[in-house]
Design a protein around this ligand. Structure first.
Ligand SMILES: NC(=O)c1ccc[n+]([C@@H]2O[C@H](COP(=O)([O-])OP(=O)(O)OC[C@H]3O[C@@H](n4cnc5c(N)ncnc54)[C@H](O)[C@@H]3O)[C@@H](O)[C@H]2O)c1
Length: 402
């Protein structure tokens, strides 16, 4: 059987710990026998980042800008414990944060559904994709804790030195104050990324803020979304048979508990932080959550939503078997290969990605899965597989299917 040829390389960003162990096995068993895989490889493992003073992360992000599509493994974001563990020069920044800042993207997390794992919310039948605006708000704030009462104000000084002042509160006693911001550019990028994602997946886009209370801040989000939609996306959505729905955040949360799912839920930064974990947990498992960074400039980076599965890695180092679930990592590869296939007009690459995803789902639905899923599936698993047994089971089915 001849292998599927690629035109443009995928930018491959390798990572750390247990996911670094699984990464080459996924390629070797599930992709390389069928695809003449072309990648431009960047080692974002913590040692290489330390060795290159994190230049490798910047190079990898630039490569995604050049080629358009990247696939990323999970990486360690070092804290002091990791600095000691790996003897690092410093606590390097989160690679995801660096890449996001360079590509100016929005992160979309989509659960991978299987019939034998039922969402905790009974009405949910289709995936709910959470699109999180990953810039500003409370994540880049300034805070003061006062020792006494006094006047709390916000002050803005423009380039000419003109001041705009607003009193927040005459504090009667000690209190706390918080200042935060966002930019029209970032909100516009967020809106366009969400509309592009909805169009790509042909699903409705729901967006919510608390504009009735936050009449300037949140209302700016609402207005920007509505203006961009009216000018640039209304007709495209109509042609695709999908819609844009705006409501209040409390209303959307209530409605979400009664829907069938099957939409993009565009969330402001804090809402996305909180709601994406609720959605992930309600759909079953972090290891069944795929994630893609979509940039308004047409760059895509696919990854698993989970981390490096540190606990399993330490077991692996001791020579013990682990039952690490590779599903979200496989879906990162299939997502990236499918997108490459779409951009390079290679339908056979798209078909291969569809087929591999279908086999992953069928295998789990037939009762063969890793330990994390065995604990939550119904009917019970036929066989609980370790990390490589699961990948071998997929490879076997893939060979007979193609
Ligand atoms: N996208 C990323 O690169 C990313 C995301 C989150 C955390 N991290 C990094 O990962 C490291 C570990 O972080 P963590 O433990 O908080 O997160 P984690 O996602 O690795 O693990 C969280 C929990 O989920 C379980 N789990 C996650 N993925 C699993 C899988 N595929 N199969 C079976 N069980 C799975 C783990 O056993 C653990 O109990 C940290 O150094 C952190 O910086 C990276």
């Amino acid at each position: 059987m001849s292998k599927i040829q690629m035109k443009t390389p995928l930018v491959e960003l390798d990572g750390d710990e247990m996911t670094r162990v699984l990464w080459p096995i996924i390629k070797e068993k599930l992709i390389e026998p069928f695809v003449d895989l072309k990648t431009e490889y960047y080692d974002l493992g913590i040692k290489k980042r330390d060795e290159t003073d994190d230049q490798i992360t910047i190079d990898a992000a630039n490569a995604i800008k050049k080629h358009g599509v990247g696939v990323k493994n999970a990486t360690i974001t070092p804290n002091q414990g990791r600095v000691d563990e790996y003897g690092l020069k410093k606590q390097w920044k989160s690679p995801n944060g660096t890449i996001r800042a360079m590509l100016d993207g929005t992160v979309f997390r989509k659960p991978i559904l299987v019939k034998n794992i039922k969402p905790s919310v009974k009405s949910w039948k289709k995936p709910i994709v959470v699109g999180r605006h990953a810039y500003g708000d409370v994540y880049k704030n300034a805070e003061i804790k006062t020792k006494t009462g006094g006047t709390a104000e916000i002050v803005f000084t423009d380039a000419q030195g003109n001041e705009t002042r607003e009193t927040i509160m005459e504090l009667p006693g000690p209190g706390i104050i918080q200042g935060m911001h966002n930019t029209e550019d970032s909100i516009s990028s967020f809106a366009r990324s969400c509309f592009e994602y909805s169009l790509g997946e042909k699903i409705d886009c729901w967006f919510a803020t608390k504009d009735t209370i936050s009449k300037t801040y949140d209302q700016t989000f609402k207005i920007i979304f509505e203006e961009i939609f009216a000018k640039e996306y209304k007709n495209k959505f109509k042609n695709a048979g999908i819609s844009f729905f705006y409501t209040l955040i409390d209303d959307v949360v209530a409605r979400m508990m009664k829907t069938e799912g099957g939409m993009l839920w565009a969330c402001k930064n804090y809402d996305g932080d909180v709601m994406s974990d609720m959605v992930a947990s309600a759909f079953g498992s972090l290891a069944m959550m795929s994630s893609v960074l979509v940039s308004p400039n047409g760059y895509f980076e696919y990854e698993a939503a989970h981390g490096t599965v540190q606990r399993h890695y330490y077991k692996h180092l001791k020579g013990e078997k682990t039952s690490t679930n590779a599903v979200a990592l496989i879906f990162a590869w299939t997502g990236a290969l499918r997108k490459r296939g779409e951009l390079d007009a290679l339908p056979e690459l798209c078909n291969f990605s569809d087929r591999l995803e279908k086999i992953v789902i069928e295998t789990i639905e037939d009762g063969y899965m890793t330990g994390d899923l065995a604990g939550i599936c119904n009917p019970p698993a036929k066989k609980v597989l370790d990390s490589t047994q699961f990948l071998d089971a997929l490879a076997q089915r893939l060979k007979t299917a193609l």
